[in-house]
Design a protein around this ligand. Structure first.
Ligand SMILES: [Zn+2]
Length: 473
């Protein structure tokens, strides 16, 4: 699904046109072999930001600076190894930001079975696809360039049959197969820099430190994800519909999926628009899907939509739908910096499902934002017990400990985070801040240096550099 890039900012790509039924269509995508490598000085700032979080990309970069058609700059392509490397490096971080996989192996198995059926018909069958329902409450789905896909529990409870799910998976498979991510804007892997700014304030004993930790990030769950152009979205829809029909589903499923998204938008634009990537073109996309379903794919009409199988296999998710919806409302209020109002919704969510990890974690963040550290700590600990090993609860605990200057306790949570989810430079930075607060200059310097190898700009980098300088290092 995804947010769309503002057209003016879109890196123009060659027009792919509508998909054909022929095989090996992917040969037509991306840069051709004759493109020359381009140096970093020719890359836009957003490309540098992108590389910033994914140094592996540097070796995988291909040229392709000018469109042979329009003369415009078209794309910075990744070769397949680069796509897979970025996927491996970043997808686990995004899944964790989405509060980890939904803890029901039956639901996950079901998703896999539908996805495997779809995978049989795609253009790039050898990609290392993997699929999970993630715990995020908002309505979204996404893919990384190697095929690691997340489908939120928020969208799973809106889908009504297997053909809609196939349409959703088809759309994401479309992005991977058309190699849209290789053309995407830069994203960074600095998952914790928002927290880092708070940490800097804490380290300076800044009394004005406001515990509004990452509130803005609560809903903005797509920080690591690509922004696709409208053309990319159209093409992913068309490919997705083609795949689902080839896999034996009725093309109407894609229409119903879009209709659901249109309804989501209409239901309460003020409240829900923020919940999922806004799709100003969802009506247009629905209509395009409808057109194809009634003409090109008319013969698929009688293919089974798999409603019963879907309903049976995903029943546990629908049982907690009130919890998911209450969390959505609370998250919207959190993103508007109204934690006091959000609290009632998280309370409602927890009355329905007292052990719900996302609801426990959000409640902790909500209480923390209101300065109620003790209660926040209690909920964070319960969140960790509800989902042992999931890293966001550890980060929340670290943040609470830091806010109360319990730096040893914070360090142990940060180490646990790093063990559960290695590779987040923001966590290394925070370790430095805690070491510094404990007077361990050498350990702090090591952490800051290691952070600066990954991140050269931003408040945290400035801070790390200033400390190293002050210590004559
Ligand atoms: Zn999309």
């Amino acid at each position: 699904m995804h947010a769309e890039q503002h057209p003016a900012r879109a890196c123009k790509t060659r027009a792919f046109g509508l998909p054909t039924h022929g095989a090996h269509r992917h040969d037509r995508y991306g840069c051709d072999a004759r493109s020359k490598r381009i140096g970093s000085q020719q890359l836009a700032r957003r490309d540098l930001l992108w590389l910033f979080g994914a140094s592996v990309a540097a070796t995988a970069l291909q040229g392709c600076a000018t469109s042979p058609v329009s003369g415009e700059r078209i794309l910075v392509g990744l070769d397949e190894a680069g796509e897979i490397a970025i996927d491996r490096k970043q997808s686990a971080h995004q899944f964790s930001r989405d509060l980890g996989g939904y803890q029901d192996p039956e639901v996950q198995r079901y998703l896999n079975s539908v996805a495997l059926r779809m995978q049989q018909v795609v253009h790039r069958p050898a990609m290392p696809y993997n699929y999970r329902v993630v715990n995020a409450n908002h309505v979204n789905a996404y893919t990384f360039p190697g095929g690691a896909m997340g489908i939120t529990r928020g969208i799973m409870v809106e889908i009504r049959d297997e053909s809609e799910l196939a349409g959703l998976l088809g759309h994401e498979l479309g992005h991977v197969n058309a190699r849209h991510s290789a053309q995407r804007q830069g994203q960074t892997l600095l998952a914790s820099v928002a927290l880092a700014a708070v940490a800097v304030a804490a380290a300076r004993n800044d009394a004005r430190w406001a515990p509004l930790v990452e509130i803005g990030a609560v809903v903005g769950a797509s920080a690591l994800l690509a922004n696709y152009s409208r053309e990319n979205e159209r093409e992913a829809d068309a490919l997705g519909q083609q795949y689902m029909v080839q896999a034996g589903y009725p093309a109407e499923g894609m229409v119903r999926l879009h209709q659901m998204l249109v309804k989501e938008e209409e239901r309460d634009p003020g409240l829900l628009a923020v919940l999922f990537a806004s799709h100003p073109m969802s009506r247009e996309r629905r209509d395009a899907a409808q057109e194809a379903a009634s003409k090109r794919y008319a013969a698929s009409r009688n293919q089974p939509a798999g409603r019963e199988r879907f309903m049976d296999s995903t029943a546990p998710l629908r049982r907690i739908k009130p919890t998911i919806e209450a969390c959505q409302k609370g998250e919207v209020l959190m993103s508007r910096k109204k934690p006091g109002e959000a609290e009632a919704h998280f309370g409602e969510a927890l009355r329905g499902s007292p052990l719900d990890y996302p609801a426990l974690l959000r409640m902790s963040q909500c209480l923390q934002a209101q300065g109620r550290q003790h209660e926040a700590l209690d909920y964070a600990q319960r969140a960790r017990e509800a989902y042992p090993g999931e890293a966001q609860a550890m980060k929340q605990l670290a943040s609470l400990h830091m806010g109360s200057r319990r730096h040893e306790a914070a360090l142990s949570e940060l180490l646990a985070f790093d063990w559960a989810l290695p590779g987040d430079p923001g966590i290394v930075f925070l370790q430095g801040v805690n070491h510094e607060a404990l007077g361990r200059r050498d350990a702090a310097a090591t952490a800051y240096r290691s952070f600066l190898r990954e991140a050269q700009t931003g408040g945290a980098a400035d801070y790390a550099r200033s400390r190293l300088r002050a210590w004559g290092l």
